[in-house]
Write a protein that binds this ligand. Sequence first.
Ligand code: G6P
Length: 371
Amino acid sequence: TAAQKDGYDWFMRKEIYEQPDAVANTLLGRHSKEGKLVLDELRMSEDDLRKIDKIIIVACGTAFYAGLVAKYAIEHWTRLPCEVELAHEFRYRDPIVGPTTLVVCISQSGETADSLMAVRHAREQKARVLAICNTNGSTIPRESDAVIYTHAGPEIGVASTKGFMTQLVACYVLGLYLAQVRGTKFDDEIAATVAELEAMPAAIQSVLDGIEPVIKLAEEFADEPSVLFLGRHVGYPVALEGALKLKELAYIHAEGFAAGELKHGPIALIDDQLPVFVVVPPRGRDQLHDKVVSNIQEIRARGARTIVLAEADDQAVEPYADLMIKLPKVSTLLQPMLAVVPLQVFACELATRKGHDVDQPRNLAKSVTVE
Ligand code: G6P
C-alpha cells in the first residue's frame, strides 16, 4: 500500500534510501565505545573460535556477492582461509567440511531452499553453522547453530538493496570480531575500522544526496542493449552486483568482469559507444588504483563510454571518465558500501524509465523456496 511506501512510488526506491539507517541499525550494540566488537550471538567460546581453521560462505544471488566482498575482508583481517561458494554448488561436490570449519550462510529471507540445503549438509558434516539473515525466526537461522541478524527492516523489493548493504556490515563485524579474538589485528586497527563503519551511514547519505547525475545517466542509457561493469579486488563483486541489478530489473544484457581479466578476453567486447562502469579503488599504497586507471585508458581508447566510480578528488582518473561518480574517501575494504549505491540507483531508474515493475521483476521471486 501507499502508506507502507512512505510516499515513495516503489519499495525498491524507498529501500535504497533507507540504507543509511539500515547500516546504523545493524551496527547498533555490536561494538563498545572503545571500538571493541561485541558479538554474543555467535554463541561460541573464544577457545572454539580459535580452533576454526577455515571459513566457507554459502549464499545465492546478491547475498553471494556480499560473500565475495566478505572474503577479502575476512582473510585480510583474520588470516583464515575463506571460500565463497554458491549454495547450490556446495553440497553436490563433496566439499571439505568438518568440525573446525565455520560455514556462514548469508540469506536475506532465510528461506532460500538452495542455501538451506547447504546449511543442512554442513551440519551433517559437523561444521559450525552461522546464519547472516534479515528475517527473524526464518528457517535458515532456526537450523543454524547461531545467527547474526541484519537489521535492515523488511525488504519488499525483489532485488535486494538494503539487504545486501547490511549483509556487508554483518560480514565486516564478523571478520573484525574473529580478528579480535584470534589476535590477528591490533586493537587500535580494529577500533579504527569500527569508527569508519560508524561513519558509513553519513557517507552513504552523501552518495545519495549527489545521485542526480546517475538518474540523468539512466535516462540517457535507457535504450542501450548491453552494459559492462568492471572492478578489481572488492570492486569486482560490486561490478558483478551492478550487472545483476541491471539484468534483474531492466532486462538488459549486462556483465561484470574483474578488471585485470579484461586483456584475457572481455576486451574483445569493447566497441564504439559501449557503456562501461568501472569501480576505481581508493588511492593507496598498493598499485590497484593505477592498474584500474590504465584499464580505463585501454577501453576508452577502443571507444567505450566510461562511467567511473572513484574518490571525489581522484584527479588521475578524471580525464578518462565520460562521467565520474564521486565517492567519499573510505578504506578499500569498505568501499563496496559506497560504490554499490549508484549502481542500485542506475538499475532502478533505468528500469522504471522503461516502465518495468522494479518491485516484482518478471520471472523472479523474493525468496526461492524450491531447489
Ligand atoms: C532470489 C532473489 C534475489 C536474492 C536471492 C537470495 O533469487 O530474487 O534477489 O538475492 O534469492 O535470496 P536470500 O533471501 O537467500 O538472500
